[in-house]
Design a protein around this ligand. Structure first.
Ligand SMILES: Cc1cc2nc3c(=O)[nH]c(=O)nc-3n(C[C@H](O)[C@H](O)[C@H](O)COP(=O)(O)O)c2cc1C
Length: 182
C-alpha cells in the first residue's frame, strides 16, 4: 500500500515536471500587421485565429487617406514615402514583443516593397533570438524582395521566409507558418 502511494506521488511529480518542460519548449508566436484598406488586416486576423496566436496592429500616427494612397499620383504621400529610403513614418502605438520568440509581420505591398512604416516598426524592436516571417497581400506582384529587405533592418532576427497570402485562408497560412517555424 505504502509502495503504491509512493509510486503514485512519484508519477504525479514526474508528469508535472514533464508538462512544464514541454510548455517551456513551446514557441510563442505573435502576428503584427499594418493595413491601410483592410485586406492585410483580414488575412492576418484569420491566420492568427487559426493558429491561436496573439495579434497586434501597427497604427500609423497619420491615417492614410484615399488621396495619400493614390499610386497614380507622383505627389501622393505614399509615392513620396516609397521613393525616400530614409522615410520612417511615425507609429501611434507601442507593441511589446518581448514575450515572443516568433513574429509574423503582415503588410500590403507598396511599390514592390513593404510600406515604410514597417521599417519604422522593425527598427524599433529587439530581434535577437526571434524568428521572423513576412506575409503580404498585393494586387498581384507578390512578396518579391520585400521580406528579405525588411529582414535586413530587423537586425539579429532569424528570417525564415515569407509569402503572398492575398488568397488562401487562415488554415493555409497556419500550415505555411508552422512549416517555417519547425
Ligand atoms: C501606394 C500603393 C502602392 C501599391 N503598390 C503595389 C505593387 O507594387 N504591387 C502590387 O501588386 N500591389 C500594389 N498595391 C496594392 C496593394 O498591395 C493591395 O491592394 C493590398 O492588398 C492592400 O492591402 P491593405 O488593404 O491591407 O492596405 C499598392 C497599393 C498602394 C496603396
Amino acid at each position: 500500500m505504502k509502495k503504491n502511494i509512493i509510486t503514485i506521488i512519484m508519477t504525479v511529480i514526474l508528469m508535472t515536471g514533464f508538462s512544464a518542460s514541454v510548455a517551456a519548449a513551446e514557441s510563442k508566436t505573435a502576428f503584427v500587421y499594418f493595413s491601410a484598406t483592410g485586406t492585410t488586416e483580414r488575412m492576418a486576423k484569420n491566420a492568427a485565429d487559426a493558429m491561436g496566436a496573439d495579434i497586434f496592429e501597427i497604427v500609423p500616427e497619420h491615417k492614410y487617406t484615399a488621396a495619400d494612397l493614390n499610386w497614380h499620383d507622383r505627389e501622393s504621400l505614399t509615392t513620396i514615402e516609397c521613393n525616400d529610403p530614409k522615410c520612417r513614418p511615425a507609429i501611434a502605438n507601442k507593441v511589446d514583443l518581448s514575450g515572443y520568440d516568433a513574429v509574423v509581420l503582415c503588410y500590403p505591398i507598396w511599390w514592390a516593397y513593404a510600406p515604410k512604416i514597417m521599417y519604422t516598426f522593425v527598427e524599433s524592436q529587439d530581434w535577437n533570438g526571434k524568428k521572423l516571417i513576412t506575409l503580404c497581400t498585393s494586387g498581384g506582384s507578390g512578396l518579391g524582395r520585400s521580406g528579405s529587405d525588411l529582414a535586413k533592418f530587423a537586425k539579429g532576427s532569424d528570417f525564415r521566409g515569407g509569402k503572398d497570402f492575398t488568397r488562401g485562408n487562415g488554415e493555409a497560412v497556419k500550415k505555411y507558418v508552422e512549416g517555417l517555424l519547425k
